[in-house]
Design a protein. Structure first.
Lengths: 241, 221
C-alpha cells in the first residue's frame, strides 16, 4: 500500500459523506423491520406457497447488482478522466457491494427455481441467468485484476478500463445470448397489476429497503476506503460521523 | 498510422525469425485436436458434423489465449514498453499495430488447425472454406481487440497466465456464441447472410473502438 502516495493525497473525507452514511443507516434501520413485517404478513401464493416470497428479495438484489456495475464504470471513467483517487475508491466500493448483491441474487434464484420448476431444476441457460452469471465472473475478474496488479495507481487505471469494458458487456451479452436462443424460462419482469392482492406492498418495501441497503453499504465502504487511504498517505484520520 | 505499420512489421519479423509463438500455438492446437479424438464419443457422421463447430471454436479460443498472453512479453524486456509509450502520435495506433500482428498470427494458426481438424475427423470443408474464413476473420478482429487490450494489462501483473483468461473469457462469450452459430451455418452448406454475420460485425466494431480508445491509459506510467 506504500505506492498509494503516487496518486496524490486527494482522498480527504468530505464533511458530507459521514453525514450521508449516518442518514442512510438510520433510514435502513427504520425500513428493515417494516420490510420483515410486510414480508411476514404477505399472503401465501396459491401455487408456489412460501417459495414465492423470494420475489421480495431476488429482484431487488438484481437491481443492486446492475447498479453496482454502472457505478463502477462511471467512477472508473471519472478516475481515468480526472485522476482523483476518490473516484477510484468509489469504483472499488461499488464493485465489492455489487459482487455481494450479485452473489446473493445467484443464490436466491436457483432456490426459487428448484421450488417452482421442480426437483433438479436449479439452473437453466436462459438469457437472463446466463448474463447474470457472466456479470458475476466479470466482477470477480475486476477484483482479481486489482489484487494481482502491482502498484495502486496502475491497479486503479487497469481496473477502470476493465470496468468500462464490463459495463459495455451487459447489453452486448444480453443481445447475443437472446439471439443465440437462450430459452426464456425466467419470469418476465413484474408488470403493474400482475402481483396478487397484498403482494404489492412488500414488493415495493423490499425494493426500497434493498436500494437503501445498497446505497448505505456503498457509501460506508467508500468512506472507510477514503479514511484508510488518508492514513496511508500520512494524514491525520478525521473522525467519522 | 506509420506507428501501427512499423509495429506490425516489427512483430511479424520477430515472429518470423524466432517462430516461438507460432510453433507453440500450432503444436498446442493440433494436440487439442488429438485430445478431442480420444474424448469424442464414437458417433455417426451427422453427430460429428454437429459437434465440430463448437469444438473447433474451443480450440481456437484456447490457442488464441496462449498467443495473446505473449503479445507484450518482448516489450517487457529492457523496458521497451516505456519507449513504446513515448512514441509520438496517438497510442491507439500502437494498439492497432500489436492487434494486427496478433491477428495475422492467430489466423495462420487457425487455418492450419481447421485443415488438420477436417483431416482427422474426415470432414469435407473445402466448399465452405471461403465462408469459414470470413466468419473467423470477423471473430478474430473482436478477439485480438480485447485480447491486446487485456494482454497489455495482464503482462504487468502477477499470475499473468491465469489473469488473462479470467479477464478475457467473459468478454469472448458473445464472440464465441455468434461465431459458433455462423460457423455451423456455413459448414452446413447455408449461404452466409448479413443477418448471420451481423452479431460478429457489431461485436468486432465495438471491441475495436474500445481497444483503440482505452489503450492510451494502459500505457500511462
Amino acid at each position: 500500500m506504500t505506492t498509494r502516495a503516487t496518486m496524490g493525497s486527494d482522498a480527504k473525507p468530505g464533511a458530507a459523506l459521514p453525514g450521508a452514511v449516518a442518514l442512510l443507516g438510520w433510514i435502513l434501520a427504520l425500513l428493515a423491520p417494516i420490510y420483515a413485517w410486510t414480508v411476514w404478513k404477505a399472503p401465501l401464493d396459491d401455487v408456489q406457497g412460501v417459495m414465492q416470497k423470494i420475489l421480495y428479495v431476488h429482484p431487488p438484489l438484481a437491481y443492486g447488482a446492475y447498479l453496482g456495475f454502472v457505478v463502477t464504470a462511471i467512477a472508473g471513467g471519472l478516475f481515468l478522466w480526472r485522476g482523483r483517487e476518490r473516484d477510484d475508491l468509489l469504483a472499488i466500493a461499488a464493485a465489492e457491494v455489487g459482487t455481494i448483491f450479485c452473489t446473493l441474487m445467484l443464490v436466491t434464484g436457483p432456490i426459487w427455481a428448484r421450488g417452482a420448476w421442480g426437483p433438479g431444476n436449479w439452473w437453466v441457460w436462459d438469457a437472463r441467468l446466463t448474463l447474470t452469471l457472466l456479470l458475476w465472473f466479470v466482477y470477480l475478474a475486476y477484483l482479481l485484476l486489482r489484487s494481482f496488479t502491482e502498484g495502486d495507481e496502475r491497479a486503479a487505471r487497469f481496473a477502470s478500463i476493465y470496468g468500462i469494458v464490463g459495463v459495455v458487456l451487459i447489453p452486448l451479452n444480453y443481445w447475443i445470448i437472446d439471439l443465440v436462443g437462450g430459452r426464456a424460462q425466467h419470469p418476465e419482469n413484474i408488470e403493474r397489476g400482475s402481483l396478487g392482492p397484498g403482494m404489492g406492498l412488500p414488493f415495493v418495501v423490499g425494493n426500497l429497503t434493498l436500494f437503501f441497503a445498497f446505497a448505505y453499504l456503498l457509501l460506508l465502504r467508500w468512506h472507510t476506503a477514503i479514511e484508510e487511504a488518508g492514513r496511508v498517505n500520512g494524514e491525520e484520520p478525521k473522525d467519522a460521523a | 498510422m506509420n506507428v501501427a505499420l512499423a509495429l506490425l512489421w516489427k512483430d511479424l519479423l520477430c515472429e518470423w525469425r524466432s517462430r516461438d509463438r507460432l510453433v507453440a500455438m500450432i503444436v498446442f492446437s493440433i494436440l487439442v485436436v488429438v485430445v478431442f479424438q480420444f474424448a469424442w464419443p464414437a458417433a455417426p457422421k451427422e453427430q460429428t458434423e454437429a459437434l465440430a463447430p463448437g469444438v473447433l471454436w474451443v480450440i481456437y479460443l484456447f490457442a488464441a489465449l496462449l498467443g495473446l498472453g505473449r503479445t507484450f512479453t518482448l516489450e517487457l524486456e529492457n523496458d521497451a514498453l516505456t519507449a513504446l509509450a513515448l512514441a509520438p502520435g496517438t497510442r491507439g495506433f500502437i494498439f492497432l499495430g500489436k492487434a494486427a500482428a496478433s491477428f495475422v498470427l492467430i489466423a495462420a494458426v487457425q487455418a492450419m488447425t481447421a485443415f488438420v481438424f477436417a483431416l482427422f475427423f474426415r470432414l469435407d470443408w473445402l466448399d465452405a472454406a471461403g465462408g469459414l474464413a470470413l466468419v473467423v476473420a470477423l471473430a478474430d478482429v473482436a478477439i485480438v481487440s480485447v485480447g491486446t487490450l487485456f494482454s497489455a494489462m495482464s503482462a504487468r501483473s502477477r499470475f499473468r497466465e491465469v489473469l488473462l483468461p479470467v479477464l478475457l473469457i467473459p468478454s469472448l462469450i458473445p464472440v464465441l456464441a455468434s461465431a459458433v452459430r455462423a460457423t455451423a451455418a456455413t459448414l452446413g452448406g447455408e449461404a452466409l447472410t448479413l443477418a448471420a454475420l451481423q452479431p460478429l460485425v457489431v461485436i468486432a466494431g465495438i471491441y475495436a473502438i474500445l481497444g483503440f480508445l482505452l489503450f492510451d491509459p494502459v500505457l500511462d506510467e
